[in-house]
Design a protein around this ligand. Structure first.
Ligand SMILES: NC(=O)c1ccc[n+]([C@@H]2O[C@H](COP(=O)([O-])OP(=O)(O)OC[C@H]3O[C@@H](n4cnc5c(N)ncnc54)[C@H](O)[C@@H]3O)[C@@H](O)[C@H]2O)c1
Ligand SMILES: [Zn+2]
Length: 367
């Protein structure tokens, strides 16, 4: 037998910048032109964002002399799938877009995940620019490089880690977002405060009303801090071997709630309930102080988010569902817990902490 080894150690710099500002959409074409990152651009967006911002963006790109196409798909999570990905790819291929093309992902998390995944595999990878237009996308999905689509077997099961060339967050686009979508993003922002930033948490306690009135300074601050926190965490642990797990606070229980509600509850609401229940377990384990848990519950309520399920969920079903989750290890459910607001607990250096079924069962019964 002959043996040939191929040495392939990849060290590449995939650093990128996140730019946040009021009315910065119009800067994008000139920046791209100056950086000369591609010859042809596809602005990929959904049907709603296309009419709100996409058509205008296309005009600006064309006026700046950039060869650009606008490609849109029907809005909604149900379209974040392989069929939509294939349609977009076919459209790009029929437009003869080649390796010297780039994608602008304009929209919420659905657009970002899907368009980012198209970019990851189109011609084996072309650059893409994230332009989030929801609070969820601004503080969560546009950072960290997770791209992908849903399947009938589950959400986000097919995808790639693929970092954008740059992220532009124009806070003025949030003005057209319904209030419940602001709450969706806030749920994650509150999470960032608990897991890594006491100051952000206190800021939210003070200025929650100004978040809802979309005060530019307040919104810019919470987006900036959230991006810094998520950015820092994924920088230190891109593939989720330890630290990145802290981003899952509220999500072990939250995901199970989403499943048992057949996804008829929003993600933000589910993780709000999840953070409350996981917080109670942390207190019960002696890791966290009850007064701090109460501060979290008050803040979630002030944000108009639920802290308990609106219908009775069977505790055994919840535990079963959590065990099916990819985060369960050796049959035990693993969670992350705060030790104080702004700091997560570790046991033997590990953020993921295994919890006995009995304890989870008891807390779920009490909730
Ligand atoms: N990649 C990641 O790390 C990551 C993290 C969190 C969430 N996600 C994914 O993100 C998705 C959820 O993102 P989302 O909440 O932004 O949903 P979304 O993209 O479906 O947007 C929600 C709705 O708001 C509309 N919309 C978008 N911008 C608007 C604006 N400025 N004004 C008015 N309407 C607007 C959209 O058309 C859509 O109908 C999920 O698919 C989730 O899996 C990914
Ligand atoms: Zn989440």
């Amino acid at each position: 037998m002959e043996k040939i080894s191929i040495k392939f150690r990849r060290t590449e710099d995939r650093s990128y910048e996140i730019l946040i500002g009021n009315g910065i959409l119009k800067n994008i074409p000139l920046d791209l032109k100056e950086a000369n990152i591609a010859y042809t651009y596809a602005i990929i967006t959904d049907s709603r964002v296309a009419s709100l911002y996409g058509k205008e963006m296309l005009k600006e790109f064309l006026n700046s002399g950039l060869k650009t196409y606008l490609i849109s798909f029907p809005e909604g999570e149900e379209n974040k799938n392989r069929e939509t990905k294939a349609k977009i790819e076919d459209e790009m291929l029929s437009l003869k877009m080649a390796r010297d093309s780039a994608i602008v992902a304009l929209g919420g998390g659905v657009v970002g995940d899907l368009a980012g995944f198209v970019a990851a595999t189109y011609n084996r990878g072309i650059p893409y620019i994230q332009v989030p237009t929801t609070l969820v996308a601004s503080v969560d999905s546009s950072i960290g490089g997770k791209t992908g689509v849903d399947t009938v077997y589950g959400k986000n099961l097919i995808g790639a880690f693929y970092q954008p060339w740059r992220v532009y967050i124009d806070v003025s686009t949030l003005k057209t977002l319904p209030k419940n979508h602001i709450q969706e993003g806030l749920s994650e922002v509150i999470k960032y405060g608990v897991i890594r930033d006491e100051e952000l948490f206190e800021f939210l306690e003070k200025y929650i009303n100004k978040v809802f009135s979309l005060d530019t300074e307040v919104i810019t601050y919470i987006i900036k801090r959230s991006c810094q926190i998520k950015g820092e965490v994924v920088e230190l642990d891109e593939k989720e071997s330890n630290l990145r797990k802290i981003l899952n606070f509220g999500h072990t229980v939250g995901h199970a709630i989403e499943k048992l509600y057949n996804f008829k509850i929003s993600h933000g609401k589910a993780i709000s309930i999840g953070m409350t229940i996981e917080g109670k377990i942390a207190v019960e384990l002696g890791l966290w102080d009850k007064n701090e848990l109460n501060r979290l519950i008050s803040l979630l309520k002030a944000a108009g988010l639920p802290t308990k399920p609106t219908k009775t969920l069977d505790a055994n079903d919840m535990i079963k569902t959590m065990k099916l989750d990819k985060k369960a290890r050796e049959g035990k459910i693993e969670m992350v817990f705060p030790e104080r607001i702004g700091q997560m607990a570790t046991i033997n250096g590990s953020y993921g902490i295994k919890v006995e079924d009995d304890l989870i069962y008891r807390i779920l019964k009490e909730t």
